[in-house]
Design a binder for this molecule. Sequence first.
Ligand SMILES: Nc1ncnc2c1ncn2[C@@H]1O[C@H](COP(=O)(O)OP(=O)(O)OP(=O)(O)O)[C@@H](O)[C@H]1O
Length: 721
Amino acid sequence: MRRKSALDNGIADVSPAILHGAAPISHAADVARRSAVAEEQEFLDSVMARRDRLVDHLQAELSSGALEEWERARLRLLRRRYEELLRAQERLVFGRLDGLDGTVRHVGRVGLRTDDEDGGPLLLDWRAPAARPFYTATAVDPQGQARRRHIHTTGPVVDGVDDEPLEAGAATELVGAGALLAALDQRRTGRMSTAVSTLQREQDDVIRADATGPLIVQGGPGTGKTVVALHRVAYLLFTHSAIADQAVLVLGPSPRFLRYIAQVLPALGETAVVSATCDTLLPDIHVGRGESRNLAEIKGRALWQAALESYVTALLPRPRALRLRWEGEFHVIPATAVAQALASVQGRPYHRAREAFAEQLHHLLAEAVVAQREALMHEMEEGFEDILARVDRSVQRDHQPGGPTGSDIDGLLSEEEVEDLRRRIAENATIARFVESWWPTLDTGSLLGDLLTDRARLARFAPQLSTAEIAAVSAEPAPWAPSDIPLLDALADLLGEIEAPPPQGEFVADHARRQRGWVYGHVVIDEAQELSEMQWQMVLRRCPGRSITAVGDIDQAEAAHRHTTWAQAVQAAFGDRWTAAELTICYRTPREVMDLTGPVLRKAGSHNTPPRAVRSCGIAPWVLTVAPAELADTTARLVRQLRQRWHGGTVGVIAPADRIAELRSVLADVPVLTATQSKGLEWDAALLVDPQGIAAAPRGWNGLYVALTRCTQELGQLVLG
Ligand SMILES: Nc1ncnc2c1ncn2[C@@H]1O[C@H](COP(=O)(O)OP(=O)(O)OP(=O)(O)O)[C@@H](O)[C@H]1O
C-alpha cells in the first residue's frame, strides 16, 4: 500500500472552520499556519507510510498457517495489532507536544516506531504515560512542555492546526479549547464518536485512575461520562495486560445505548471487550416481560442475597447413616462419617459440594467394602488356620515338625486393588443414582420459580418482606422479568453450575461472553445510578477483585430503587470501600438549555448543582402550548421543521410513556422515546412533548432533567394548554 501525499496533490490548505475566532488573520500568522500545516502533512505522510508497511508485513505473517500452540498465540497477538492498525485510519495523528528542551513528540491513536535500525519512537500512543501532558499540561503546570498542538485531519489530509502555548499566560479551564469547541459544534450522526484528541483534564484523571478498587464517577448530563468510561476501557487494556487477558465487561442501560457506543470501542482499538445490559448478562436467559416499579423495587433489594443463601443451605442433605449396596452386599456408612464429610465440603456452592461429597462417599464405601472383605478374610483365615492347625497336628503326628501354615495369608488388598475398587464405585451407575436421590442436582430456573411462587417459603427465607410484598411477588406470572435476572444469577452462583468448557474462539471476549461465571479483569458500568442492589451484586460476582469503574449521575436515577446518593446505592456491595470522582463540565448541552435545569433538579429533591456548560449555541429554548387534540399533528409539524433546520444532523422526541404509541404512529423516521429510553443519547435538536406529563411519572423530575439535557443545539417544548 502506498499513499500519495495530500501535499503532492496540492490540496493541503488551512480549513477556515479550524481557524477558530481568528479574524482577521495577519499575513504573517497565515504564512505561519500554512507552514505548520505543511510540516504536519509531511509528518502524517511518513506515519501513514510506516503504518501501511506494517499492515502489509502483518498481513503476510498472518497468512501463514500455524500448528503449534505457541505459534497460534503469537498469531493472535499479531492479529490484534493488525486490526488495531487497520482501524487507525481517522485521526491516526492528532496531537503534538513541543518540550521546553526542544523535543517534539507526536501523539496518535496507536504507537509506532520508525523502521530504521534503532526503531526509535515515531508516534506516541495516546494511552502511553509520555502522552499524558497532552491532556493535562497547563500554563500553570506545563509539565516540561512549551506548546500543545491539536492537528486536524480528514483521512490522509491535514486540515489545520490549533496551537496552545503553555509557557506563560492565563490558565484556562479547557485543554485545546479551539479543537474542543469545534468538535462539540459538529452535527450529531446518531453514533458516538471518539473524543480521544480533545479529552479534558478532569476526564483524563478518571481515565488513568488506579484500577485496584471500585471507582464511582459522578457527573451531570453531558459531562462526558460515557466518553470517559470507554476511553478508560481502552486505557486499561493497553496498560494492564492482566486486565486484557481476562477481558473487560461494559454494562450499559439498554441495547439502543450499546448500539450507540458500539462504534467507539473498536475505533479505540479494543477487541477484549464484552458489552451487555444487566438483562442480557446471562447466556441463554431472556427477559420475557416487563414488571411494575413496585415489584422491581422489592426484588432489587439486597435482602435477596441472604434469602437465596439460606434457601440453598436448607436444600443441603442432613447427616444420617447411609446404607449402600455394592456387589450384592449392604454397607453402612455411619452418620458420624457422613457428618464429617458434609462438614468438610461446607461453604462450597451446592453442586461443587455435592461433587466433593460424592468423592468422599466413594472413598468411605471403598473403605467399608475393604473392611468387610478383610473381616471376611480374617474369619476365613481363622477358620482356615483352624483346619490347618488340625491338619498340622495330624501331619506332625505322622511326620516331623515345622512346614508352612495359613498365617502367611494376610487377607489385605493391595493399594492398586483398593484404587481400582474406588474407581469402579465412582463409575457405578447405581451408586450415582443413590447420590442423586439423596443430594439431587438442581435447576436454577425451577428452583427460583419454586421460591417465588410459594408464600410460605418466601416468608421463611425472606422474613424482611411484608405480607403484602410476599403476596405481590408470589402473584407474578412465569416468564422472567428484569428483576429476576440478578436473582437467577445469584442462585446459579450459589448452586455452582457445572459449566461447559469454554468454546474455541479467537479472542478472550468470545469465551467470556458465553460463560456466566467468567471473571473479568475489569467492569465498566455506564448509567450506574440505575442499578439495583441485586444488580450491583451481579457486577461484583463478575469481578470479585473489585476492579470496577462506575459512571453515572445520581440525579438522573429513574429506576425503581429508592437511593438518592451514591453512598446508599453502593453500600450493600462495597460498604464504604470505594473511591469517588467527579466530572463538572457539561460538553453537550448549551448554556441556554442548562440554565433551565437548576429548578428541575430542586424539584427532583437534589441538592447538587447542574454541571457548567462549556458552550453557548445562541438559540433560545422555546415553548409552544397546544390543545390535547392537536398534540400529535403539531408534533409532526414541529419535527418536520426541526429536521429541515438540522439537515444532516439528528432530531429526537421525548414524551411520557402513555403518549409514545400515538406519537410513533405519526413520526415514522425519528426516535420517539420516554425519558428513560433517551438516557445516554443525544441529538442536535430535541422536542419534549408534554413535559408536565414526563414530570408526573414516578421519579418524573429526574426524568425531565434527563429529557431537557439531550440536545446539543436546540430545545423545544410542547406543553398542553
Ligand atoms: N473531551 C471531549 N471532547 C469532545 N467531545 C466530548 C468530550 N467530552 C464529551 N464530549 C461530547 O459531549 C457529549 C456528551 O458526552 P457523554 O455522552 O459522554 O456525556 P454523559 O456524561 O455520558 O451524558 P449523560 O449523562 O447525559 O448521558 C458527547 O457528544 C461527547 O462526544
